[in-house]
Design a binder for this molecule. Sequence first.
Ligand code: GDP
Ligand code: MG
Length: 205
Amino acid sequence: MSSRRRTLLKVIVLGDSGVGKTSLMNQYVHKKFSQQYKATIGADFVTKELLIDDRLVTLQIWDTAGQERFQSLGVAFYRGADCCVLAYDVNVMRSFDTLDNWHEEFLRQANPSNPRTFPFILLGNKIDIDGGNSRVVSEKKAKDWCASKVNIPYFETSAKEDYNVDAAFLSIAKTALANEHDQDIYFQAVHDPVPETEQKGGCAC
Ligand code: GDP
Ligand code: MG
């Protein structure tokens, strides 16, 4: 009998208020979309089970309760994240311009062991609006930004039309899984017992 290890992956979604973070999660997990703007939600996170390469994965996706507009999100939100999803609205330049701040804020708060290789994914949302005629951020501009940050994968999505949402979150899960693997190896290395010979005569600091 093959043993299947269940893996819990924590994913957090960041970006300006109104870009569609909650809608993307709702579409992905509940297959629902609402036009109504609800700044607050009850739960801190939603979960979705996935099978990736024969591995059972529970994706725990953390949403903000709207406080991204006026206050910091607190350490519990960032702690132990396996992947950070950055979202912006392709029709709102400001939401693209603030991506650098969100990227930096994540690295500062989550303080990952290797900031250079920590996985991010960028979502350009609301591509359905006005058939794309009101977009102000081109795909090229978004991809250039991704390239400037050690090749962040980029997806254009519509939470309303359920366009590319599954594909984006599958990539998010795979990226998070790959990162989790790295951590396993890292912890193993750190906790390896130090051979006796190396312990003697070492400095006490
Ligand atoms: P959040 O503040 O980032 O969580 O944004 P919300 O998910 O609450 O969405 C803000 C508003 O944008 C709501 O009125 C949503 O219905 C709307 N919205 C979200 N995603 C889309 C989308 O892909 N297309 C369109 N047309 N509207 C969207
Ligand atoms: Mg929200």
